[in-house]
Ligand binder design. Structure first.
Ligand code: ADP
Ligand code: MG
Length: 320
């Protein structure tokens, strides 16, 4: 489609890298994987009205489209390098494309990530970003290594993005500053790339929290053939979340709310303190929320020690 749109995207996202032999402009990009590294590749699609509210600022959409993908690389312990962008839009909306490319570039810059190609078509507003990163052979963080006795930890705070979505939908935030913080967490998630790199060689399993803690920790449990016991009282919750929502609601948002893009990971008990010290230096910190047990599935215990009813499921797009 629109060549000038592609040119705008190219200019606004320009990033030189020696490992890009040929970027945007030919039939395919030519890229050089550093010797001795494995390539980690991921793709995620965002559909307007499904993955972000219609009316979200173009800059935020651009940021988030890349952030959710960098979060997948973070969860593998990979160093981001390149991206591809497939953009479908109802019309040649240059204002949207400019905003989108600026938001995308803002986040890309901090990782010196290069946008090396893509595709631009007419259709419902849909954005697919594919990312590529490097990881030394055998060092990737996977979902499969959790062992009974390991601690379960999570970076940052949980439930903020889902709370931010409620603030957007309700339109009447009770507290401006707190609501703004939560909406920022929804629209501008911070991929925990540095945390993922720091976890290489320490975490036994890792996943990013995109669909909600219970759902995503459930994936670690299924892949690792273990269960997990979580203490609701230990769930890290932001002061904004606690100020705007009651204890039960904020707890449920932290358990089941999606879109936070924090890392959930397991660590042998004797390494917890060292890992927490490392992640504290990176700013996000990490909170121990429970432990890996024999068996299957995720169980949650409340403050009084009662097991919560199951039924807190992460958002499944096909059931929603
Ligand atoms: P082709 O017909 O060979 O697919 P296109 O016209 O689709 O060529 O794309 C021309 C060039 O622009 C290619 O290098 C492609 O990777 C790049 N490109 C197209 N759309 C985008 C986009 N949304 N973001 C980045 N690069 C893009
Ligand atoms: Mg094309």
């Amino acid at each position: 489609m629109e060549f000038s749109l592609i040119d705008r995207i190219r200019q606004l996202t320009a990033q030189h890298r020696d490992d890009v032999r040929l970027g945007i402009g030919d039939d395919a990009a030519l890229l050089v994987v550093p010797p001795g590294q494995e390539l980690a590749v991921a793709i995620d699609t965002m559909v307007a009205g499904v993955h972000f509210p219609v009316g979200t600022a173009a800059t935020d959409v651009g940021w988030k489209a890349l952030a959710v993908n960098l979060s997948d690389l973070a969860a593998m312990g990979a160093t981001p390098a390149w991206a591809l962008l497939a953009l479908s839009m109802p019309g040649a909306d240059t204002a949207f494309v400019d905003g989108f490319a600026q938001g995308f570039a803002q986040l890309a810059q901090s990782y010196r990530l290069a946008l090396v190609g893509g595709d631009t078509t007419r259709g419902a507003l849909t954005i697919s970003v594919a990312v590529h990163g490097f990881v030394p052979p055998g060092k990737a963080l996977m979902r499969t290594g959790a062992q009974a006795g390991d601690a379960v930890l999570v970076t940052g705070t949980l439930g903020d993005a889902a709370a931010g979505l409620q603030c957007v939908q309700r339109n009447h935030p009770r507290d401006e500053a707190q609501a703004r913080y939560l909406i920022e967490r929804l629209n501008r998630p911070t991929p925990r790339v540095a945390a993922g790199l720091a976890l290489r060689g320490h975490a036994s399993a890792c996943i990013d929290v995109s669909d909600g803690l219970l759902a995503d920790l459930g994936h670690i449990c299924a892949s690792s053939h273990v269960g997990a016991d979580i203490e609701a009282a230990l769930l890290p919750r932001s002061s904004a979340l606690l100020d705007l929502f009651d204890d039960t609601t904020s707890r449920d948002l932290a358990l089941s709310g999606g879109d936070d893009y924090e890392l959930c990971f397991t660590v042998p008990a004797q390494h917890v303190a060292a890992v927490q010290a490392d992640l504290a230096k990176l700013g996000c910190g990490a909170t121990r929320i429970g432990r890996v047990v024999q068996g299957e599935g995720v169980r949650v215990r409340d403050r009084e020690g009662h097991w919560l009813e199951s039924g807190h499921q992460g958002w499944d797009h096909f059931n929603a």
